[in-house]
Ligand binder design. Sequence first.
Ligand SMILES: [Zn+2]
Length: 424
Amino acid sequence: MKRLIRGGQVLLDDGLKACEVLFDEEQILAIAETIDAPDAEVIDASGLTVLPGLVDTHVHLREPGQEQKETIATGSMAAAHGGFTTVFAMPNVKPFPNDRKTMRDYLDLIAKDAVVTVWPFGTITRDEKGQEPSDYAGMKELGIRWFSDDGVGVADENVMRQAMLKAKEAGVLFSCHTEDMDYRKPGASVHQSAYADLMGWGGIPSACESAQLIRDMEIAGPLGLRYHGCHISAKESVEGIRKAKAAGWDVSAEVTAHHLLLEDRDVKGPNWKMNPPLRSHEDRMALIAALEDGTLDFIANDHAPHTRQDKNRPMAAAAFGIISLETSFPLLYTEFVHRQKRWTLAQLVGWMSRKPAERFGLEKVGRLAVGYHSDIVLADLQSERVIDKDTFLSKGRNTPFDGWTVYAGIRETIKNGRTVWKGK
Ligand SMILES: [Zn+2]
């Protein structure tokens, strides 16, 4: 069925334009000032801004294995509610997708329940144990081209080298959570600093991330493997990525909304505890500058739902991670576009759609253009609202942003031409 969005401001490659968008389930058919399509269903976008569906390359959907935290159904509904039409699910589920068979089963679950596109990562090592490389070629036959052991780093350098050789041969991308556990003491939960000491919280030094990231890039770079660094938090990591890019290596990296918005001194309790932790003011400024100069490539949010019991514990024992799918776009828009006027809407949306789509090799995704998938979001940039965690469609409530005032609420999310979420 043909549908026509009328009356909105549409974000095109050359900025916002008052125009109309005609599409069906397959693709965007036309974009023009006025479109004559008498058979099309009209969607009134008066007062709204029309954006490409957002893409997040780092999401935890928890199913199969931890359905008390999130399911493919609730996580993908949360994605739609937050304006995301494509998300990548991290493979720390049970059973782990290690090979063709386990990935086939996982893809069947996704096909049954997801309301937006969910691309699963396969594991880098079997069961994320850091011992034996997974079957990349077997999973690639099912269309999977992205691999991660998110949640842990691959500690053994020789195992990582073998895995990277095998991945290079298969022509796939590694997306790595880097963490050298030699730097992380039991119970450590926040950035290592005088403030952490004052609060009596165990600290995680920046080298815990940057040392293994730099080691990884030094193996991947000369091999020519496509390497992506997850949730970069430390200025030392930014410096490492800058050098790797200057050397011509095929590396990229992501940064989360929370690392762009919050610092170690903002931490008030377990809902501010995530891995890697919120770091210093200097680190946060380095992340913002690195995103702006292209050292960091795009934004991905590490949506990490947990139950209340997982979080409602002393800092040292509480689970790492916060949810983000339903808050990241409004928060970033409000702070950096609306308040600071530091970024344009096009920049922010580019970092949350076109850039991740390009790096992860998704075709016809991440822009509003004729021939692209009909993944479209209507946002209300004008109205103010207060984030209320009890309105989330995620099962998680673990957010530090409850009660924040934001703009840019998502009014309607269209996936492959069909409305999958619509607000009042
Ligand atoms: Zn991670």
